[in-house]
Ligand binder design. Structure first.
Ligand SMILES: *Cc1c(COP(=O)(O)O)cnc(C)c1O
Length: 464
């Protein structure tokens, strides 16, 4: 049998897909009850993957079996409801089912000509997001892998626009001798923002840092004088405290000066799509670009980042320096709005999430995460832990009033309990525990079980 014959038979027989489905369901059924972080046995079993690359064809069923047997237990059970590390979201079931279906389509989203359906769905998502967030009519969306990539695109558009306003075609003339660009950022700006500044050649030493308050919000009164050479970097959702910068005031000043404002709202921008938490993002629609993830707060599968930009010409020109040889259509050609050409059809999962939730569901989901975070803070506070932030969104910063070493051993003990997973961070110079409630799966009971894990871990290390 030739390789091709084999693959034909595997495709037609479908047994492989039944096998994968059985494993997937088995995984899903256990995700809520197993250790959140892989056990030491599961970690040791990862050595099974270390082998020379085979010379002959493998057996597909064996390959699947190996991955489920040794791979599934070594995954982090972040779909289970008690994973509070970093800012990682859960998955809404219909978005996962849609992902399965569209995996069979294997669409390339670069051009309308390559996938009319994906082009259409991207247009619909763009319109819905614009409406949900109340953004300007001209706003366009690029569907990228994550917020890091989205920030990069937003700042590339900003750089293009600021230079173009001074008759400098950045694509043609580049950095050498280009007009000076000032970068204004809060001192709590996310690492992904800083990375984009570096990648785009704007220079970290050129950043004019602005002081933030005790919640990590930029202090508007500390903003420097702005002008039309400025890119102002604000955030919706501080990665530790979840706080929001004062967009209204700063955007007004920036717009009066002709500056460009980018709002990094990887997880926090979704507050702007709710009724109950919308006040947090007041004035955000006055910015020029925004970055947000589907895979965090909205609970779409990975990877799903979105760049929204109110200046279409700047974005399209910044990302499409040499697109002239391609035949673009009258329809939406997705690659105009992204750095990539070939791309998977990730917007379809985003569409499914938005269509399933509706505006009311977005409100219920996002506010639900906030409520669980508030519950966390209340129960931990009652148990004698200190909560260092105002829990305005889904993030809780916890201190146990000990040395940094003590805090680290508490984090280790909580993680090793397997009951929940929380990470560490540094807040105002001190080691802290950071909780991020990001999954629809998390129940009130999950929070209480996790608080118990904190208490048990504290007792265990205090007894040592
Ligand atoms: C997660 C996050 C990012 C980076 O987003 P990715 O999707 O991981 O690339 C940027 N900014 C903030 C505030 C974040 O929380």
């Amino acid at each position: 049998m030739t390789l091709r014959d084999k693959m034909h038979a595997e495709q037609k027989g479908k047994a492989l897909f039944d096998q994968a489905r059985d494993y997937a369901f088995n995984y899903a059924d256990n995700a809520g009850s197993r250790n959140v972080f892989p056990s030491s046995e599961a970690m040791a079993n990862l050595e099974h993957f270390v082998e020379d690359m085979p010379s002959g064809n493998g057996d597909p069923s064996d390959i699947l079996q190996q991955l489920h047997r040794y791979g599934s237990p070594a995954s982090v059970a972040q779909t289970g409801g008690r994973y509070f590390g970093f800012v990682n979201g859960g998955i809404i079931p219909v978005t996962l089912a849609i992902k399965w279906l569209t995996d069979f389509w294997d669409q390339n989203t670069a051009l309308h000509l390559m996938s009319p359906i994906t082009s259409k769905i991207e247009s619909v998502c763009e319109t819905w997001l614009k409406q949900l967030f109340g953004l300007p009519e001209d706003t366009v969306a690029g569907f990228v892998s994550g917020t890091s990539s989205a920030i990069f695109c937003g700042l590339a558009a900003a750089r293009f626009r600021i230079c173009a306003n001074q008759s400098w075609d950045f694509n043609q003339r580049g950095l050498n001798g280009a007009p000076k660009i000032r970068v204004i950022a809060g001192d709590q700006a996310h690492g992904a923002v800083i990375k984009a500044v570096a990648l785009l050649g704007l220079g970290l030493d050129n950043i004019e840092w602005v002081d933030s308050d005790d919640q990590g919000r930029v202090i508007a009164a500390k903003m420097p004088e702005l002008d039309q050479s400025c890119i102002v970097l604000l955030q919706a959702g501080n990665v530790n405290s979840g706080s929001f910068d004062p967009f209204d005031e700063i955007c007004d000043a920036a717009n009066a000066a002709g500056a460009w404002v980018h709002i990094d709202g990887a997880f926090g921008l979704w507050a702007g799509g709710t009724v109950q938490l919308k006040h947090l993002t007041k004035g955000m629609e006055k910015a020029q670009s925004w970055s947000v993830d589907g895979h965090k707060t909205l609970n779409t599968p990975y990877d799903s980042g979105i760049l929204l930009c109110a200046d279409r010409p700047a974005l399209v020109q910044a990302l499409q320096a040499s697109g002239a040889y391609l035949n673009f259509s009258e329809q939406r050609d997705g690659m105009l709005y992204t750095p990539e050409m070939s791309r998977r059809a990730r917007a379809i999962e985003l569409w499914a999430a938005l269509k399933y939730l509706g505006t009311e569901g977005v409100d219920e989901l996002v506010v639900g995460l906030h409520r669980r975070a508030v519950q966390f803070a209340e129960e931990l506070g009652a148990a004698g832990f200190s909560i260092l932030n105002d829990v305005v969104f889904n993030q809780v910063v916890v201190s146990c009033d000990g040395s940094d070493e003590y805090t680290q051993s508490l984090i280790d003990a909580i993680q090793q309990s397997g009951q929940c997973w929380v990470g560490g961070s540094v807040w105002q110079g001190k080691k802290v525990i950071r909780i991020s409630v990001c999954s629809w799966v998390t129940t009130q009971e999950d929070v209480s079980i996790s608080v118990e894990a904190f208490i048990t871990a504290r007792a265990a290390i205090s007894g040592k």
